[in-house]
Design a protein around this ligand. Structure first.
Ligand code: SF4
Ligand code: SF4
Ligand code: FES
Length: 887
């Protein structure tokens, strides 16, 4: 710790911080623009000026930028000194010279860092009387609105977009006071993390275009802490709603997981919740019925013959558990394919034997080997973390230069010759991380597995050797083994996306071979794949014929082999579906019960690390839709004449059902939790009433909905004190209306939130009993006229729910069939020409140089045919041509 003096008062601060960080950590008000805790300092805006004194005898001091000045032990500063205050006020005045006075029509208004800083610096009146500089705005695609006139040239956007997120299509153009932040021409921002510009930009240059269509001021949003359902990482989010409609998603800081950022799928993929295809009422045989009628019908069905339940990797732990309890453990099946279920079982076992890091720790890894995952498209925020990891080893090397890590420009200067790696990528086709990879290897799953097995053997010769390894790979194998073996924090990334168990086993062998340094991060299909796998038995494809099938939040055909699912559903006398969007499975249902989408329900998700995290109901829709676990508990109660479980009761029952869930109740406070005897308000204290909206019927504000299940209230009434991290539903502090007010919620700037930790890890790996996997697949060999189907993932389009949000759909590619150009030439197919697969699936050809020869790439979620993944396809013919290989 260091002791510094600010305005005559001594403060104990953490060693190695800059003064701005240290002052904010102490709760002091000091304006800033260009500094960001994740991006470091560049000293560009001059807004954080303070006086620094040599010693107690120095009465004059000198102006320094707090963000560029180390808070060394014994140093002395003044924030309130008149020269420093005048300087900061003058800086604001300069910045405001060209800033329009359009706050009332700016989407940032009311949560704008510039507004806050103008007030904080006391520059309350504008004296500039001349024309302001104006710019032409660009169309940046369906996610982001551009209003360049509001720019104050802090450079945060380009630093985030280019240096932190690796984007290349956005930059700063021009010079002097005519700088322009945008693309070289109109067009969608290509980087998968572009949405963070909305929160990074301290003014209203970049705002959320999806929110604009149903805009609501921050103070009129009802919010609750929530978890992103877009992939298996479990990033923390704050959804905001008004008048029964979900309006936007903002980042919810989680020190261990997503930190300050979200990916664009997570931020903009929410609008399916407002879809016209929502199911709002119970129905039987196509007719709308009262909920009680539907419940009684299901109860009768449960008494007739055998009933099986099909769970869901996207439904909450509670809903899956409630279904399992209703139908009995032996009748509960995982709602994914047989092969997928096998992969999940392998994954669960691996996570219990190999430590798995959090996303924050992934960003700190100093040597990474990715095997079989296109991380940007299957777990986007992990890709952002990996972009930071490639700087770690080089950062260690600059320690002797005595450059503090927050000195961003100096660090980047020092690293310029060797900023990358080591990062080795073994993937099917190319990935969006290839630009920072030390080496990439694109191959079929069997060859990727061979690479992994060979690396493990090189690290530890008691691991099995690969006898038919391509000799050309031996150099790469040695390089990977050397990099991982000498790293302090090595990491292996793999998962289920390649569809290959051998790939995951090879990755596990590498982690085993690294001994106590070995860490493995696995990526799964959906938000609660791991939670469902911890509850589940076998796959839906192994389900027996039954009289009644209850399907939970699952378009089963999205996950499982169509014919097997059809057999199960077709054979049933009754199909009962709980879901919130119409799909092929609801179309086949005899009974449909309207489930609640994530923003309308309470639940728990288990992320890819095994961390259970709670998401809370943001608003109650004006319909019969409710969380599936409530429907299932109502059915169980009607069947057994017992009371349905409330939320806490259900969580306790899950915890008691299996030791692996024993810590589940600790993932968030129970319903009885109060702050100073009060609930936590979902509505901020400035929330406007709805009186005028309902004025044609009544001028009274309707009473708020009761919420007996959580410590949150559906009203403005509640504690203003900061709740524990798991219950933080907005960031606001006096004088801090923007997202920067998060500074007031952290133990220290950039550190964990105050209060209890967010979520709970359900298990820790037991590392002392592992055995190497010894079944090594034979190398893949391309065969004449036979193609192995490989999956290709897209951040926009491959995930079932977000793909139904208009903005995401606008960014999703059209369906295609990828071929290596050499294979295409053999088949006399050219780019764009229609190819027919198995005489049923017609898709335009896309040439993909990185796709291994002898394989076909099929984009997941964009077309049917997912059941062909991993299979050898015998026939591939172009339309209107004769079959090329009828044998
Ligand atoms: S666009 Fe926003 S983030 Fe970028 S320089 Fe201007 S004010 Fe800063
Ligand atoms: S990485 Fe996954 S969990 Fe995180 S914001 Fe993106 S889609 Fe959501
Ligand atoms: S925040 Fe210190 S100079 Fe910009």
């Amino acid at each position: 710790m260091a002791t510094i003096t600010i305005d005559g008062k001594a403060y104990e601060v953490k060693d190695g911080q800059n003064l701005l960080q240290a002052a904010l950590s102490q709760g002091l008000n000091l304006p800033y623009f260009c500094w960001h805790p994740a991006l470091g300092s560049v000293g560009a805006c001059r807004q954080c000026a303070v006086k620094q004194y040599k010693d107690e005898n120095d009465k004059n001091g000198r102006l320094v930028m707090a963000c560029m000045t180390p808070a060394k032990d014994g140093s002395r500063f003044a924030i309130k000194e008149p020269n420093a205050q005048e300087f900061r006020s003058a800086v604001t005045e300069w910045l405001m010279v060209n800033h329009p006075h359009d706050c009332p029509v700016c989407d940032e208004g009311g949560e704008c860092h510039l507004q806050d800083m103008v007030v904080m610096t006391g520059h309350n009146y504008r004296e500039f009387r001349f024309n302001k500089r104006t710019h032409r705005n660009q169309d940046l695609g369906p996610f982001i609105n551009h209003e360049m006139n509001r720019c104050i040239s802090c450079y945060r956007c380009t630093r985030f977009y280019r240096e932190y997120a690796g984007g290349r299509d956005f930059n700063v153009f021009g010079m002097h006071d005519h700088v322009y932040f945008g693309r070289y021409e109109d067009g969608p921002l290509e980087n998968e993390f572009s949405g963070n510009l909305v929160e990074i930009c301290p003014t209203g240059v970049f705002t959320d275009k999806t929110e604009k269509q149903h805009f609501t001021r921050k103070w009129d949003l009802q919010t609750a802490p929530s978890i992103c359902h877009g992939c298996s990482l479990g990033c923390n989010i704050i959804p905001g709603a008004r008048s029964g409609m979900l309006r936007r998603i903002r980042n919810r800081y989680n020190y261990d997981i997503n930190g300050y950022f979200l990916c664009d799928r997570g931020r903009f993929g929410y609008e399916y919740v407002n879809s016209e295809r929502r199911i709002w009422q119970a129905r039987m045989n196509g007719e709308v019925v009262e909920p009680e009628v539907a419940i009684n019908h299901v109860v009768k069905r449960l008494q007739t013959g055998r009933t099986i339940g099909i769970g869901s990797p996207r439904a909450s732990l509670e809903s899956n558990f409630a279904l399992r309890r209703l139908v009995g453990q032996e009748n509960f099946y995982m709602g994914i394919s047989k092969h997928g279920a096998k992969l999940m079982k392998t994954a669960v076992s691996l996570l219990q034997h190999i430590p798995t890091p959090s996303l924050r720790q992934i960003g700190e890894a100093d040597a990474v080997f990715i095997l079989g995952e296109d991380v940007t498209n299957t777990a986007p925020m992990m890709a952002l973390a990996l972009r930071q990891s490639v700087r770690q080893q080089a950062m260690d090397q600059i320690t002797p230069l005595n450059i503090p890590p927050w000195q961003d420009m100096a660090v980047r200067e020092a690293l310029q010759n060797d900023p990358n790696g080591p990062l080795f990528i073994g993937s099917l086709p190319h990935t969006r991380l290839d630009d920072i990879a030390t080496y990439t290897y694109h191959a079929a799953p069997a060859d990727l597995a061979q690479l992994g097995f060979a690396v493990a053997h090189t690290l530890d010769d008691s691991a099995p050797a690969v006898t038919d390894l391509d000799p050309e790979l031996s150099g790469l194998v040695n390089k990977i083994a050397q990099a991982l073996g000498t790293a302090k924090r090595p990491l292996i990334v793999s998962g289920v996306s390649s569809g290959s168990e051998a790939v995951m086993q090879a990755a596990a062998n590498v982690a085993f071979a690294l001994g106590e340094n070995g860490r493995l991060s696995l990526i799964f299909y959906a938000a609660n794949s791991l939670g469902a796998a911890l509850l589940g038995n076998n796959s839906v494809e192994e389900a027996p014929e039954a009289d009644t099938v209850i399907v939970l939040e699952n378009d089963v055909r999205h996950w499982a082999v169509e014919t097997a699912v059809s057999n199960t559903l077709d054979a049933a006398k009754q199909v009962i579906v709980l879901d919130y969007l119409e799909n092929d499975t609801t179309a086949q249902a005899d009974v449909v019960l309207p489930g609640a989408a994530f923003a309308e329900a309470d639940g728990t998700l288990v992320n890819n690390e095994g961390r259970a995290q709670r998401f809370y109901q943001v608003y109650k829709p004006e319909s019969e839709a409710q969380a599936s676990w409530r429907w299932l508990e109502a059915i169980r109660a009607a069947q057994t004449e017992a009371a349905p479980s409330d939320w806490d009761g259900l969580v306790m029952d899950i915890a008691a059902s299996d030791p692996i869930f024993a810590d589940l109740p600790q993932d968030a406070p129970l319903a009885t939790f109060r702050v100073n005897g009060q609930k936590i308000a979902r509505q901020p204290m400035r929330y406007s009433g709805h009186t005028s909206i309902h004025a044609d019927r009544s001028v009274s504000e309707p009473p708020p909905t009761a919420d007996p299940d959580t410590p949150l209230a559906f009203s403005m009434e509640g504690s203003e004190q900061q709740p524990p991290a798991a219950l933080v539903n907005r960031y606001w502090a006096p004088g801090w209306n923007s997202v920067q007010s998060l500074n007031r919620f952290q133990e220290e700037i950039g550190g964990p939130l105050r209060g209890d930790s967010e979520g709970v890890r359900l298990f820790t790996a037991v590392t002392d009993d592992h055995a190497y996997f010894r079944t090594i697949p034979l190398a893949f060999s391309a065969e004449d006229n036979t193609w192995r189907v490989l999956p290709i993932y897209h951040i926009f389009g491959s995930e079932e729910l977000s793909a139904q949000s208009p903005a995401i759909a606008a960014r999703a590619p059209q369906p295609y069939l990828a071929l290596n150009p050499d294979d295409a030439a053999k088949l006399e197919l050219v780019e764009g020409e229609t190819a027919v697969l198995n005489q049923t699936l017609s898709l335009p050809v896309k040439l993909l140089h990185s796709l291994p020869k002898g394989t076909i790439g099929l984009p997941i979620g964009l077309s049917s045919g997912a059941e062909l993944v991993g299979k050898d396809v015998q026939i591939l013919q172009s339309k209107n041509r004769t079959q090329m290989n009828a044998d």
